[in-house]
Ligand binder design. Structure first.
Ligand code: SF4
Length: 153
């Protein structure tokens, strides 16, 4: 066992000084290659209530099975596979999440997912796919940890 100071240093995340992220609302993380957006029963119930369907209808019409579990459904578009809740037909002329305040934890915690934070190289890979990574205000380590651990849960 190393001395306590060395042990604490070894535990320090490489992003201990924080990371920059600012969502540009480009909508790219809600489309593209087929993927999955997992959700909890509570999240499903809240979304179902918002869009005025029963939990059963929500399950049937707005979700589907994936290798990772039951996910929000996808709709094929010219951009790839859109999340079923991505609204491309609005007055602002840009893709928007139509359930933004109720979006599942997986969406809320992006890009601070454990797999994206594993190494600097993983973070650099996300930065290639998301224009909001490494721009905007610094997100403090305390806030990153909360989002990372929420996603893990
Ligand atoms: S729920 Fe909203 S934020 Fe999440 S993938 Fe769908 S459109 Fe994007």
């Amino acid at each position: 066992m190393p001395p306590p100071t060395l042990w604490v240093m070894a535990q320090r995340e490489w992003y201990a000084d924080g990371l920059r992220f600012e969502c540009t609302q480009c909508g790219d993380c809600c489309t593209g290659r087929p993927g999955f957006v997992l959700f909890t029963d509570e999240e499903a119930a809240a979304i179902a209530e918002r869009i005025g369907v029963t939990p059963e209808e929500f399950h049937e019409k707005y979700t589907h099975d994936t290798a990772a579990g039951r996910s929000l459904a996808e709709v094929k578009s010219e951009f790839g596979y859109d999340c079923v809740f991505l609204d491309r037909d609005n007055d602002l002329g840009k893709p928007l999440c139509s359930i933004h305040d109720l979006r599942p934890t997986q969406c809320r915690t992006f890009p601070f997912w454990p797999e994206n934070l594993r190494t600097k190289a993983s973070w650099a890979r996300v930065a290639k796919e998301c224009e909001g990574v490494n721009r905007g205000n610094l997100v403090k380590i305390e806030d990153i940890r909360i989002q990372r651990d929420q996603h893990k849960a």
